[in-house]
Write a protein that binds this ligand. Structure first.
Ligand code: NAP
Length: 290
């Protein structure tokens, strides 16, 4: 029986990236729908759950993507609310790659050493990737600070993390050099999660902080998020100090493995919901050192 992936994209033009990655994960055929909104979901899901019964249902899966994470989350909620009894298929949520990227970044850091109890800062943690990096670091037992240029925005996202994940992260405004220095004081782990081409951390700043052990940057577009950490760095010791750097391409390579493995996992049964924590478990099983 053919492995079918039903692709709900909340954007009008469905993601080429998500479709190619699904094929590379072994999907036979993709049924892709763009501009999917909550009112569309019920009928689309009925098509997925009423066509193949019993064991065969695991050969149909749903992938939800899009650039607006909140919209994609609403679509996920409506999708799972449409399922009933055994009439369900496995679903994965990864709008803009936020779950797979965050899982890859945190796993890269956590695979090298125990990070429970460490102090971590997610710079510009208000985007979809940064918010989930903060969630996963908190799940790993770190004390997490999430920064934004706006205190209000930082508080909003920290509040959302508490509401959605029942985890505490501390919101801090970082809008200039003095605030950046203050937030890095006594910290061991920094993840830069800013938008593409946004440098958040100059080398001369992180080089001055003696407690720093690990720096990761998910931004692959120059200028990179952290000066002095190359995009290809994969646990490279930088600046003659014991600081392990992880760049966006090293994280991205692992992210691709996590993404493909997650899609493959969808076809193992018909009742999985792969969101932030479940995708992180898949990343954990993969390792992260490669
Ligand atoms: P995003 O929403 O575009 O941006 C994250 C945060 O960056 C924003 O909330 C904003 O924070 C801050 N920011 C934006 N423009 C800024 C500016 N000019 N100056 C200072 N701060 C600025 O990012 P995302 O979608 O979460 O993605 C995060 C990063 O991951 C991006 O660089 C993306 O390209 C990258 N990414 C990498 C991979 C990979 O495989 N390596 C995969 C997916 C995404 P405040 O407004 O709160 O300050």
């Amino acid at each position: 029986m053919k492995k079918l992936l039903v692709h709900f994209d909340t954007d009008a033009k469905q993601s080429v990236f998500d479709q190619i990655t699904a094929y590379d994960a072994g999907v036979d055929h993709i049924l892709s729908y763009g501009a999917v909104a909550v009112p569309d979901v019920r009928n689309l899901v009925y098509g997925a759950i009423f066509t193949r019964g019993g064991e065969a249902l695991k050969n149909t899966t749903i992938f939800i993507g899009g650039s607006d994470v909140a919209k994609s989350e609403e679509v996920l909620k409506e999708t799972t609310a449409t399922f009933f009894g055994p009439c369900r298929v496995s679903v994965m949520l990864d709008p803009n790659g936020c779950n797979t990227t965050a899982a890859a970044a945190v796993r890269k850091i956590a695979v090298r050493e125990e990070i429970r109890g460490k102090r971590a800062v997610v710079l510009a943690g208000t985007g979809p990737v940064g918010m989930r990096v903060a969630v996963l670091l908190a799940l790993e037992g770190c004390q997490v600070v999430l920064t934004s240029r706006s205190e209000e925005k930082a508080r909003l996202i920290a509040g959302r993390i508490m509401e959605q994940f029942d985890l505490t992260v501390h919101p801090v405004q970082v809008a200039g050099k003095a605030e950046l220095d203050r937030v890095l004081t006594g910290v061991e782990i920094v993840v830069a999660a800013g938008g593409p081409g946004v440098n958040l951390l100059p080398a001369e700043t992180w080089e001055r902080h003696p407690t720093l052990e690990t720096i990761a940057d998910v931004n692959a577009v120059a200028p990179l998020g952290v000066e002095g950490i190359k995009a290809t760095d994969d646990g490279v010791v930088r600046h003659g100090k014991v600081i392990y750097g992880y760049g966006a391409l090293a994280i991205g390579n692992f992210k691709m493995k996590v993404h493909r493995k997650s899609v493959r996992r969808l076809f193992e049964r018909n009742d999985l919901v792969l969101d932030t924590a479940a995708i992180y478990e898949i990343a954990r099983a993969l390792g992260g050192q490669e």
